[in-house]
Design a protein around this ligand. Sequence first.
Ligand code: NAD
Ligand code: IPM
Ligand code: MN
Length: 360
Amino acid sequence: MKSFNIAVIPGDGIGPEVVEEALKVLAVIEEQENVKFHYQYGRLGGCAIDEDGTPLPEHTVQISKAADAVLLGAVGGPKWDQNPSHLRPEVGILGIRKALGLYANLRPAITYECMAKVSSLKEEVVAGVDLMVVRELTGGIYFGDKKRFTSEDGKETATDTLIYQEDEIDRIARKAFEIAMKRNKRLVSVDKANVLESSRLWRSIIEKVAKDYPEVEYSHMLVDNCAMQLVRAPKQFDVIVTENMFGDILSDEASMLTGSIGMLASASLSDGNFGLYEPIHGTAPDIAGKGLANPIATILSAALMLRYSFGLDQAAQRIEEAVETVLNRGVRTSDIAEDREKAIGTKEMTEQILSVLTGK
Ligand code: NAD
Ligand code: IPM
Ligand code: MN
């Protein structure tokens, strides 16, 4: 029997609530595929600050490195928001991405037919959206030097450095072109080359890499225009490749094309099969502990894990189809409900998905 090691990092807020649901789906897949998943649990973020005195305990890095894949919830919350910068939960998530070399973050936004009317945008604008944001994940302003100091004129001053080197851009560009080759062969590279030197370097490397992918029709777009185009005419996009912070912001925006941020899964990859899988949303402090969170983003992240890290494509597809079937039946958590009175909770949503998956 094939077996896979999974590091499970539930995190904070709704993180543990949604990860628990994804694990129920994986338990069904174990039976159906005749595979075995071995789980090791790790702490990250706020819960690790409380328990271990650091947002990224060494144990969590170790079990992640030893695993075939990592399943993550989310980290952060108001409890730790006033902490000094090295003791913030977010340092944990950035640290683990870096420690595992996960430079490519894939964030697919797909609007299921029945969900077009759920979006805050017009149905005809979002129906049929199927795009992939490829976000650079281990460079840029997130990882450049940060400083806070009093300047010579006595003013409180802070700096964050946006830095990219050519090889960092080259590898994410290649990843994005490869992905475009397997999709509709259209790529938009998003930058701010009219202002930022790092974007001008980004653009020149995209130009160079594009020569190796003559079949891919590609173009450049400034990030402010892209933010606007995403809500004006999102169906123009197939693959979007962009730097770390732009990708963070644009993918939250893209999530609303699908109905809710509670729908968007992600895969963080390097060059091999290993990957870290997490919903793009955060810990949702406003609904944490209430059993209201939409588990679909995390369940779909587990499906991406089966596909990209374990080669279990059919199982991944069955999960995706089960999610779509349930949504087609009008089953809704409150974030995607047209009628909030009829919305169900986190566990009930999973039960519906499991029932389709098992046929029971
Ligand atoms: P958020 O994504 O946690 O929440 C934004 C809004 O979306 C909230 O109203 C929330 O209730 C809703 N929402 C999010 N996920 C949902 C789900 N599954 N079902 C239903 N509704 C959902 O963003 P935020 O409020 O800006 O951040 C809260 C905390 O999460 C911060 O500490 C932030 O740093 C952290 N965060 C962590 C990650 C991560 O771990 N990858 C990602 C984003 C934010
Ligand atoms: C995400 C989050 C993180 C990011 C935060 C929590 C550091 O917003 O995964 O999108 O900005 O990458
Ligand atoms: Mn984000």
